[in-house]
Design a protein around this ligand. Structure first.
Ligand code: NAD
Length: 340
């Protein structure tokens, strides 16, 4: 099929060209984001392929439909950046990559925990400057620390397994209990109990209207003083201003984030020669106990290969049958039947 590929980075082009040797779709790579200004480039393309920071609203969906687009192929698991109701209205199917490497994201969450706890980011700079003082670098044993996991799906369960390996006590909060987590000894508790008992909380649930600003000033007030908060899921789960207030008061002792509410204007681009205009983001960077990475948790070679393979296979399924197991509408129907 003819695919308009937006938001192309060199690593995307490389992984998709390799995977496409098998599928032979006609891919045109555009470096620009999909936006109001660029949506006309997709005219005549049956498939539009986008990433998480290509926000696709109803107006753009209508333009795509008028240009003959039948399928949006997301190169991501999350789909909070796409107006699903508008897609249905304009007869456009949406497919996604539900899992490409849950290990990549879970391992990155652990990397943030270890770095924040043992202050690796500060030690790295000190040693390079010939400062071998260890004052201020005091950490704590992860062994027997209580770790709260919000969202115990694919990534949350792998994260729990790794933390179990450190000898942590596991608390879980989810709509459904995961048997793999129960086998590890995870105790499912209320959100309030998790906040009150956890030394570390890691977010692994999707961003939905219900989970928007799940971590706000009320939530932070219920947490153990000096909590370590990790977010590798979606920026909108955390109210950034509340997190800043929590860091200033000491309520939050450590913050590790790979995602940020307003990241679409920042992440994945080299802005090192520009003045960043987002004062909230800049304030976050001033804290010694905050580590921000730019949405790189997924970024492993295995994940890139899996994203390319699943995206192209989704497109082929759609071309052959008009159906795809990874179509979002279809996934929802299967999930709701399974729950009946
Ligand atoms: P998943 O669907 O396997 O698991 C999500 C879990 O969250 C499910 O068990 C679900 O029941 C639960 N959940 C839903 N709403 C909840 C709520 N309000 N409170 C608590 N739990 C809730 O998804 P996954 O593959 O584990 O991915 C989790 C999230 O990780 C994705 O939604 C995405 O936002 C994020 N992600 C981030 C990156 C990255 O690079 N930083 C990469 C991939 C995925």
């Amino acid at each position: 099929m003819k695919v308009a590929f937006f938001n192309t980075k060199p690593y995307d082009r490389q992984s998709f060209n390799v995977a496409n040797e098998q599928y032979q779709h006609e891919i045109i790579f555009f470096e620009c984001h999909l936006s109001h200004e660029t949506v006309s480039l997709a005219a005549g393309f049956a498939v539009v392929c986008i990433f998480i920071n290509d926000n696709l609203n109803a107006e753009m969906m209508e333009t795509l439909a008028q240009g003959g687009t039948k399928l949006i192929a997301l190169r991501s698991a999350g789909f909070n950046h796409v107006d699903l109701a508008a897609a249905t209205k304009f007869g456009i199917a949406i497919v996604r990559v539900p899992a490409y490497s849950p290990f990549a994201v879970a391992e990155h969450a652990v990397a943030l925990i270890l770095s924040l706890n043992r202050k690796v980011h500060r030690a790295y700079n000190r040693v390079r400057e010939g400062n071998f003082s260890i004052e201020g670098l005091l950490g704590f044993d992860l062994h027997e620390a209580t770790v709260g996991v919000i969202g115990t799906g694919r990534i949350g369960a792998i994260f729990a397994r790794i933390m179990n390996g450190f000898g942590c006590q596991l608390l879980g909060y989810d709509v459904y209990q995961n048997s793999d987590c129960l086998e590890l000894g995870m105790k499912y508790v209320s959100m309030h109990e998790m906040f009150a008992k956890s030394d570390i909380i890691s977010l692994h649930c999707p961003l939905t209207p219900e989970s928007h600003h799940l971590i706000d000033s009320d939530a932070i007030a219920q947490m153990k003083k000096g909590i370590m908060l990790i977010n590798t899921s979606r920026g909108g789960l955390v109210d950034t201003q509340s997190a800043i207030d929590g860091l200033k008061s000491g309520a939050i002792g450590y913050l590790g984030i790979d995602v940020y509410e307003q990241e679409a204007d920042l992440f994945f681009e080299d802005l090192s020669s520009q003045v960043i205009q987002d004062d909230t983001f800049q304030r976050l960077l001033t804290f010694p106990n905050v580590i921000v990475t730019g949405h790189q948790a997924f970024f492993t070679s295995q994940a890139l290969a899996n994203i390319a393979e699943t995206t192209l296979s989704n497109i082929t399924d759609f071309e052959r049958s008009g159906n795809c197991v990874n179509e979002i509408k279809r996934e929802k129907a299967i999930a709701s039947n399974a729950k009946k």
